[in-house]
Design a protein around this ligand. Sequence first.
Ligand SMILES: [Zn+2]
Length: 332
Amino acid sequence: MRLKLALVLLAFAPLSHAAARALDIYFIDVEGGQSTLLVTPERQSFLIDTGFADSAARIVAAARDAGVKQIDYLMITHFHPDHDGGVVELSKVLPIQHFIDHETVLPGALRDAGTKAAYERYLEVRKSHPHIEPKPGDRLPLTGIDVKVVSSAAAVLTKPLEGAGATNAGCGASAVPPRDPLENPRSTGVVVSLGKFRFLDVGDLSGQPLFDLACPKSLIGPVDVYLVAHHGGPDVAAPALFAAFKPRVAIMNNGLKKGGAKNTYETLHHVDGLADVWQVHKSADAAEQNFADDSIANLDESTSHWIKISAHADGSFQVVNGRTGQAKTYPP
Ligand SMILES: [Zn+2]
């Protein structure tokens, strides 16, 4: 709250010599949790979630690959141990400068012992650092990229982002009920832009707030890359969501046996304009609906490869499968 003015006043820093450098995004394999490391053209690091308690080494490996020695901004989308669990261990090996989250957990969610324990450990780490509690519509203070908050604490944007607002013909009458009605719908979500390139990450947003971003009008507009909400669980499969966000590429961060619901994969095979789906993991549940092995970073639980995207201001980007080293380039 204290930093709200700073958020409002934030302006783009000039890109200067960094203009040609890419925005790198690592979708780190944390076995069905979430941890996504973004490194800006100016080499600021922005980590979205920290996976489970044992995920720190995998995050450090991605940070090393990117050449960053600290986390400038850590955003925790919501307070579940597959997202905030890795904070304690990570903070011991990589300094974390600023924390971003939606602050509170509903009393009902804290009845879950794992959620409560991870939240309390997280607060211990956070308490001695600057903390930002953004509202939908706020801009996060990274430089060289534009990070716009689209959801937080069950609230969402009240007006469309620039260039968005088209009526979504695919909308049903109501939202699909969320698997978890307490904390997932409170996920803090962002649209990250570098020039024409746009990436949507809403954590485990589901239920009414996710529906409200997509229906009856798309408040987000078309994106290049969509990290499918809630690990591609069964409550985020509605075709209207994909019609609203119009991704060119979708990333599935399911584990072998977590998220990655069959109905979501079935939807993904029929999304207009979707060029490819890249999977951090093969999904046991999706069976024959999995995409080709070439687009999957981990075929079982014995490896921990990432999917890496390098994006440019003209809207072009490259996706690399960390397992095979193979790359695919998408034009502006
Ligand atoms: Zn999750």
